[in-house]
Design a protein around this ligand. Structure first.
Ligand SMILES: Nc1ncnc2c1ncn2[C@@H]1O[C@H](COP(=O)(O)OP(=O)(O)OP(=O)(O)O)[C@@H](O)[C@H]1O
Ligand SMILES: [Mg+2]
Length: 262
């Protein structure tokens, strides 16, 4: 029976002894994991937000590797590799696991979804069971990017699962983001745990989710929905696009304008 509150990974800490002078150990968000308590994950959904380059993908990928996933994505049974781009951070992370094992799992990186799709096709063609039906019955290569992603979360994801997702909104329309939100809500009620890096203010609205924000200074703190940077910025922009753009474009330099958003 699935527990009502999925909490498979409870805590993530950086082991002592890592070389602090090179990537990824120089990233403030990574150094933060060496501090007392590291990063605690609550049951259900945790979002990671922060500007481009803040370290979200580095963190999610390393947590995935430490949890036993293939660095390029897929379930923990996937073992393909097209190009090693992952850092060795995963070897230096200590995960504290909760009681009970996930019934299923998936790690998804927007950047390598194409390769995951190819691996699904290859495994299906190699036999050993009708794998494609678990993904909605159609090869991901014969669906649009967004369609195949929704197939994945609708058909392949299930109750009591552990899901690590890096920018799942990359392929999705706003309407499809809302469909993903609803599916995440359903799976969380069925005992699943999610860790999701996102820039989507729509996804962040998921009720009951915890939002952890990597600040420009490298802090990693919980923020409320209304305070999260993607929400504040999108709200400010949509509230008065004309005024917003005037400020941005009149400043003559996007970097300078960016400073005024914070
Ligand atoms: N292999 C690498 N070697 C050195 N630096 C790297 C490497 N990969 C990433 N970085 C740097 O580490 C930082 C964090 O990158 P990361 O991809 O984790 O950011 P992110 O928060 O996921 O950004 P985005 O929102 O753009 O996806 C960036 O400044 C990036 O340039
Ligand atoms: Mg990223």
């Amino acid at each position: 029976m699935a527990s009502a509150h999925g909490r498979f990974i409870r805590q993530i800490r950086l082991a002592t002894g890592a070389d602090g002078s090179r990537y990824p150990f120089t990233l403030p968000a990574v150094r933060r994991l060496a501090g007392p308590g590291g990063l605690t994950l609550p049951p259900g959904v945790t979002f990671l937000v922060g500007e481009n380059g803040a370290g979200k993908s580095t963190l999610i990928e390393a947590i995935a590797v430490a949890a036993g996933f293939n660095p390029e994505g897929g379930s923990r049974n996937f073992r393909f590799a097209t190009r090693a781009t992952e850092s060795d951070l995963g070897d230096h992370l200590i995960l504290t696991w909760g009681i009970g094992r996930p019934r299923t799992d998936f790690f998804l990186r927007a950047e390598s979804y194409y390769n995951v799709a190819s691996e699904i096709e290859r495994l299906d063609a190699a036999g050993g069971g009708p794998l494609l039906s678990a993904y909605g019955g159609v090869s991901p290569h014969e669906r649009s990017h967004g369609e195949s992603f929704l197939d994945l979360v609708t058909h392949r994801f299930g109750p009591a699962g552990l899901y690590l997702l890096d920018e799942p909104e990359a392929a999705l329309s706003v309407q499809s983001c809302l469909a993903l939100l609803a599916r995440m809500h359903e799976l969380t009620a069925q005992g699943s745990q999610f860790l999701v890096a996102t820039h989507s203010p729509v996804l962040l609205a998921l009720p009951g989710a915890t939002i952890m924000e990597i600040s420009d200074e490298g802090g990693l703190e919980q923020v409320a929905f209304d305070e999260a940077l993607p929400v504040r910025l999108t709200r400010e922009f949509l509230g008065a696009p004309g005024r917003f753009l005037k400020n941005l474009l009149d400043s003559g330099e996007s970097g300078a304008a960016r400073g005024s958003w914070h």
